[in-house]
Design a binder for this molecule. Sequence first.
Ligand code: NI
Ligand code: MN
Length: 226
Amino acid sequence: MKVSYHGHSVVKIELKDKVILIDPFISGNPLTDLDALEEKPDVIIVTHGHGDHLGDTVELAKRNKSLVIGNFELATYLGWQGVEAHGMSIGGSYQFDFGKVKLTPALHGTGLETGDNQLIYLGMPAGVLITAEGKTIYHAGDTGLFSDMKLIGERHPIDLAFLPIGDNFTMGPEDAALAAEFLQAKKVVPIHFNTFPPIVQDPQDFVNLLKNNQGIILQPGESIEL
Ligand code: NI
Ligand code: MN
């Protein structure tokens, strides 16, 4: 499979016959190389309801008839907007036709801002484990460091992990390096940095903290074959 990074938290997984997009924040993402009008995901996974993760989900899903996977509240909200959505909860896994998805904890918030100074509650923020074609990918979503990442790594050998390093809203580089150690992922790619002023980081600082050549910096548009 081909796994590519597209700026902020956008990750694309291209399997033999399915394309999965995670957190498709494309419109308004200053870092992305993608054009929302050209993307044709079969599946969209949304880690949580913040705008920089939900992104173009509704438009993409409606145009491509994509299946959207997220927590129950988020899936319900998207269903009301005419999107085919599959709701899950933290700790639950489900075997889809393309592979297995499990939602993992994330220490973060989840309110979606509306235009009239309201926040819509969209359930528990999550990370996600995707197992397909014999490989397991972990996308941490937005989260602070938590010690149960050790358990995630023990339960699910991870081939490739995407970890936020931007600080302020998520782990910074030092905590993310400890997360990489807890998870024992074979390869780790930093995400969620340099998109906005509060999360400016040099990803090399993060990679330098990692052991065993674990770290790979992907520029938007670059990919890894698994
Ligand atoms: Ni967030
Ligand atoms: Mn975010």
